[in-house]
Write a protein that binds this ligand. Structure first.
Ligand SMILES: Nc1ncnc2c1ncn2[C@@H]1O[C@H](COP(=O)(O)OP(=O)(O)OP(=O)(O)O)[C@@H](O)[C@H]1O
Length: 320
C-alpha cells in the first residue's frame, strides 16, 4: 500500500479587497492533483516559482488548510487536524525548509532545536534526550559539541544538516523537503543530497522532494510530477520524464539544466532557444483558454501527460 495518496487535492486562497474586505477572487494555488508516494521512495515535485509546490508540501504536513480533496496516510484521510492528532501523523511526517537560517530559531541552542520534536512526541528523561541528540548529530555528520552552539555559528550546509537532524528526530516515515539544497553552493548541495540518501536507506524514510530544478533531483527520484499553474502537466518515472518528456513545459525545464561540457555550451544555448520558441508557439494548444493546464492523459502504465488530443493521437504508440 502507498504511504501517502493524494486525491484531487485543491488549495485555493481567497483574495480580499475593497472597503468591506470581501472575498473578490481566489488564487488556485493547487487545483486538482493526484499522486502516490511509496514507503522509502523519493518522489520529486518540480516546477518554477509560484507553480504550487510549497502549498502542496504544506498541505501534506498540515500547515495549509485543504480546500477539497483527500490526503490518505496509510489509507486514512488526514485532512482534518483531529485525525492527524489521533494517528500521531505530526510525528510521522516532518518538513525540511529551504532557508535554514529562518527556519531554525536563532535564539535557541542546537540541542534545544533538535530536542523540540522529541519533547513534543516522546517521553524521554534528560539523559536519554542528550543521548538521542548526540546520536542525531552523529547521523548527519556533525560534531557533538555543535549542540551547545547557535544556528548563526554554522555554514548554510551545516545548518541544513541540523534541519535534517531535527526532521529525523521522531523517526518519521515521510519528510517533505522543500528546496532543501537550493540555497547552497553546488559542491555542498551534493554532500547534503548524499547524506539525505544515506539516511533514507538506513531508516526507510520517504521524501517528497520539492525543487524548481530538474537537474538537482535527477539522481534522487524514482517518480516525478511536473507542476505548472497549480496542476500537473506530466507525471512519470525518472526514465519517462528525462528520456521521453512529452509536455512543452517539461521540455522547457529540462533545457534549463546547465550543460557542464564547455564544448557543448553553444549547442545547448541553441537548443534552449528552440525549446523556448516551441513553448511560445504551442502554448495556446497545450493550455486551456484561461491558461489552465489540460487534463492528464495516460500514455503508459507510469506516464501521464496533459497533452492536446491531436498530439496525443499522433504520439500514442511511438512513446515507449
Ligand atoms: N497565503 C497565501 N495567500 C494568497 N496566495 C498565496 C499564499 N501562499 C501562496 N500563494 C500563491 O499561490 C501560488 C502558489 O504558491 P507556492 O508558494 O505554493 O508556489 P511554489 O511553486 O512553491 O513557489 P516558490 O518556489 O516561489 O515558493 C502563488 O501564486 C502564490 O502567490
Amino acid at each position: 500500500m502507498a504511504l501517502i495518496e493524494i486525491r484531487d487535492l485543491k488549495v485555493h486562497y481567497p483574495i480580499r479587497s475593497g472597503f468591506w474586505n470581501r472575498v473578490t477572487d481566489r488564487v488556485l494555488a493547487v487545483d486538482g492533483i493526484n499522486f502516490d508516494i511509496e514507503p522509502g521512495e523519493t518522489y520529486g515535485l518540480i516546477g518554477e516559482s509560484g507553480s504550487g509546490k510549497s502549498t502542496t508540501g504544506k498541505a501534506i504536513v498540515g500547515l495549509e488548510k485543504v480546500t477539497s480533496g483527500q490526503i490518505l496516510y496509510e489509507g486514512q484521510d488526514i485532512t482534518k487536524a483531529q485525525t492527524r492528532r489521533n494517528l500521531r501523523y505530526n510525528k510521522d511526517v516532518q518538513m525540511i525548509f529551504q532557508d535554514s537560517l529562518s527556519s531554525l530559531n536563532p535564539r535557541k541552542r542546537i540541542a534545544d532545536i533538535i530536542a523540540e520534536p522529541i519533547r513534543n512526541f516522546e517521553n524521554m528523561s534528560a539523559t536519554e534526550e542528550q543521548h538521542r541528540i548526540k546520536e542525531l548529530l552523529d547521523i548527519v555528520g556533525m560534531p557533538q559539541d555543535a549542540m551547545y552552539k547557535y544556528p548563526f555559528e554554522f555554514s548554510g550546509g551545516q545548518r541544513q544538516r541540523i534541519g535534517v537532524a531535527r526532521a529525523v528526530a521522531t523517526n518519521p516515515k515521510l519528510i517533505v523537503a522543500d528546496e532543501p539544497v537550493s540555497a547552497l553552493d553546488l559542491s555542498v548541495q551534493a554532500q547534503v543530497l548524499n547524506f539525505m540518501k544515506r539516511i533514507q536507506q538506513e531508516y526507510n524514510i520517504a521524501y517528497l522532494f520539492i525543487s524548481h530544478d530538474l537537474g538537482v533531483v535527477r539522481h534522487m527520484c524514482k517518480n516525478l510530477a511536473i507542476m505548472h499553474r497549480g496542476r500537473f502537466v506530466e507525471i512519470g518515472t525518472r526514465e519517462d520524464i528525462y528520456r521521453h518528456p512529452q509536455h512543452i513545459y517539461t521540455k522547457r525545464l529540462l533545457s534549463a539544466i546547465p550543460e557542464v561540457n564547455p564544448d557543448e555550451r553553444e549547442a545547448d544555448r541553441q537548443h534552449r532557444r528552440a525549446v523556448e520558441a516551441e513553448f511560445k508557439q504551442e502554448e495556446s494548444r497545450y493550455y486551456g483558454a484561461d491558461g489552465r493546464v489540460l487534463d492528464l492523459q495516460q500514455l503508459s502504465a507510469t506516464h501521464y501527460v496533459a497533452l492536446p488530443d491531436a498530439t496525443l493521437a499522433a504520439n500514442k504508440g511511438g512513446v515507449e
